[in-house]
Design a protein around this ligand. Structure first.
Ligand SMILES: C[S@@+](CC[C@H](N)C(=O)[O-])C[C@H]1O[C@@H](n2cnc3c(N)ncnc32)[C@H](O)[C@@H]1O
Length: 354
């Protein structure tokens, strides 16, 4: 049947527009790199026509789920359109200006080019790198300002749709605290970055007390600017290492963690999972979203391979082969479930009640 809902048509058009803009940006920037910095182009696997079609199918599926969850009232439909568009538009030229230094770092394989003023002793060694070859790593205001646009381009405009896939398992988990009023509950988003995930969580659970933790002051400042200058309940931001978080045990009913695990060495990955287990109240839910892996999405193995060849992602290969279910089990979690949505896999797991 032909779709006539004007809001759905607008949503589809927005997604198509973002996808085209992402593809166009990548096409032009690759041509430019071929012309100006051919030595920085890594060798990657070819993505054939069939795989492109499979990727498109998977992306369409994501879009359908995103719409369905909004229709069913998990989050308001207007939220599907929400982003700091004008701000992003104004910052877009910075992405182009930043490009030559990214090429240079990729060519010279310089991976520890971080601001000199940073006190290295305050960070784990694995963090002091230029993830994705990005300027200053996660350690400057400049990096925080352009991060969201870079992620949107990387995922052809689907980043927020993928982040929103944590909301349904999160709701299922919180619903289990029957009779408890939402305003007495707390959710922590671990490695919150610039707060895009918290923005999605706040739209679905406007009265729950929200917290965001990250190691980067610059990213937290950006998150604070986006979330705490707009309407909605105050979100509390805390600087800290996810391996050892400054909260008492059993303080949260829900914990989320989006796009962190592929950037951690395996020992840190397990430590973060253990720490999340400690912070949850018994019966609480932990929801992770991160890259798909070889086991669940073998058809996209060349895409995963290309990602790590193109961007500096030192722990990605280990992550895509890792058994996250087992890590969750080892920490004590039960009822572990996982589902893939386009390029993202979402896990939910519970801390036993007794
Ligand atoms: C790829 S970004 C994801 C940010 C955000 N969750 C999102 O959805 O865009 C990874 C984030 O993890 C943070 N991070 C990395 N290692 C961390 C650690 N050990 N403790 C806390 N944050 C960490 C980085 O500062 C960065 O903001």
């Amino acid at each position: 049947m032909k779709n006539t809902d004007p809001i759905q048509i607008a949503y589809k058009s927005l997604q198509q527009g973002k996808s085209l803009a992402g593809l166009l940006h990548k096409g032009v920037s690759t041509k430019l790199m071929e012309l100006l910095a051919p030595d920085s182009i890594p060798e990657t696997s070819e993505i054939g026509k069939e795989m492109l079609m499979e990727l498109k199918r998977s992306m369409d599926e994501l879009e359908k789920e995103d719409w369905k969850d909004a229709e069913e009232g998990l989050y308001p439909k207007r939220h599907l359109f929400k982003a700091p568009w004008i701000e992003w538009l104004k910052k877009y030229p910075l992405i182009w200006l930043d490009m030559p230094s990214t090429w240079e770092r990729r060519k010279s394989q310089k991976i520890d080019d971080i601001p000199k003023k940073i006190k290295k002793e305050n960070y784990p060694q694995y963090y002091l790198q230029n993830f994705h070859h990005q300027t200053d790593g996660y350690l400057s205001d400049h990096s925080a300002e352009i991060y969201d646009i870079q992620v949107e381009i990387l995922f052809n405009g689907t980043a927020d749709s993928m982040r929103r896939r944590i909301l349904s398992p999160l709701k299922r988990g919180l619903d289990k605290f029957e009779g408890r009023c939402l305003s007495s509950m707390k959710i922590l988003d671990v490695a919150t970055g610039t707060g895009r995930t918290l923005e999605q969580i706040r739209s679905a659970f406007p009265s729950i007390e929200l917290f965001g933790l990250d190691l980067s002051s610059s990213y937290l400042k950006q998150a604070n600017k986006y979330l705490n200058t707009s309407s909605g309940e105050l979100v509390q931001f805390i600087k800290g290492n996810a391996e050892c978080m400054p909260f008492s045990s059993r303080s949260f009913q829900g914990l989320t963690c989006v796009f962190l695990f592929h950037e951690l060495p395996k020992t840190a990955r397990q430590k973060v999972i253990n720490e999340c287990f400690r912070l949850l109240e018994p019966g609480g839910v932990f929801v992770i979203a991160d890259s798909i892996q070889f086991n669940d999405s073998p058809q996209f193995a060349p895409v995963m391979d290309n990602f790590r060849k193109f961007f500096h992602e030192p722990y990605y290969l280990d992550y895509v082969k890792d058994n996250i279910d087992k890590r969750l089990e080892d920490a004590g979690f039960i009822h572990i479930k996982a589902k893939s949505h386009f390029m993202t896999r979402v896990w939910s797991a519970y801390k036993p009640k007794y």
